[in-house]
Ligand binder design. Sequence first.
Ligand code: NIG
Ligand code: FE
Length: 408
Amino acid sequence: MQSKNYLITNIGELFGILGQEVKQLKGKEQSHINTLKNAYLLVENGLISDFGPMSECPAYSGEIKDLSAQWLLPGFVDSHTHMVFAGPRHNEYVMRLQGKTYADIAAEGGGILNSAKRLQGMSEDELYQRTFDYAQAAIKSGTCALEIKSGYGLSVEAELKMLRVIKRLKTSLPIAVKATFLGAHAFPAEYKNNHEAYIRQIVDEMLPVIAKEGLADFIDVFCDEGFYSTEETDYILKAAAAYGLQPKIHGNELGITGGVQVAVANQSLSVDHLEHIGEAEIECLKASETMPVALPGSSFFLKIPYTPGRRIIDSGLPLAIASDFNPGSSPCSNLWFIWSLACLYNGLLPEEGFNALTINAAKAMGLETSLGSITKGKRACFIVTRAFEHINEMPYWFTQNHAVEVLV
Ligand code: NIG
Ligand code: FE
């Protein structure tokens, strides 16, 4: 952890400089990165208070961090994770290697229900310790803000337990954390044929406690084939809106199911996955403030189609990318690898991937005024890397953690 006041000198190149008025980068703008070579940056009270060329570096009597020409980037923002879980699902990984699909396993009671069974039996303290360790690993690779979802509880008690773990992490981790209530991640087996009864639990028993204890910032629903219908999703989102919870939706992962439209109609901050989208979905997003988010880690791990990122950006939209870190579809929190996947398979240029992981990701979790760029007044959290020939090299060297140091 870094102190609250310090001066960084001899930055080889400073990346991601934006004015405070920039909330996102879309279409052609997304391929542009403002940089400054041979720079200094001053941090006061944990915020960026000034930066500029070394020739104008002020005299400073406090702590100085000399980067000796290394590079400085704004910390990455991971706007979509399921970081609270009770253990890995390596058995299902092997079942898939032997030919079963993710959907087959879910239909047999595995998948999310498997994670829920294990989590229901684990103490809050153990769950907290596991998640804290996963978060530390993510921070080491440059993650400086995390959205974390519930959704492996699927009972009143277990969903609240997950959200209480996230609440503890908000104070124990040195980075920004936002909590998303995803009670509507799957239907518990006993409610398979009685969706209404489980939705009643979400609305009548979970939401009021969550609101009273301030346990969530956002509401999510897995709106997709075999999971929640658009009508069910709309009903839950409207109930959550009454408690001031803005949506972030899982949609269009398994098919074109209306997830985008229901997200936009409910002023969703983001709609995530989008492996299956058509022209109607793109037009709908264009008429909205909702951030499309691609999750290439889950496409890679499940061997399902990739979100057409190139098409989304070429249509003039912004795009964010996130890890989707979870035990079933994306056991990877390393955003450098997600960046490589986004270039290779979502069709992004390296610069577009950088903006997808910083300013656009910050917008996807409502943090665009405090994180996601080098801007005066924003929170000081940075990644130090070696000096490369070009920023293209960051996603080129795939699977490498390029963070020499993470300043949070
Ligand atoms: O984003 N698609 C829904 N939820 C998670 C996966 C959940 C799981 O398999 O445990 C996702 O991919
Ligand atoms: Fe997810």
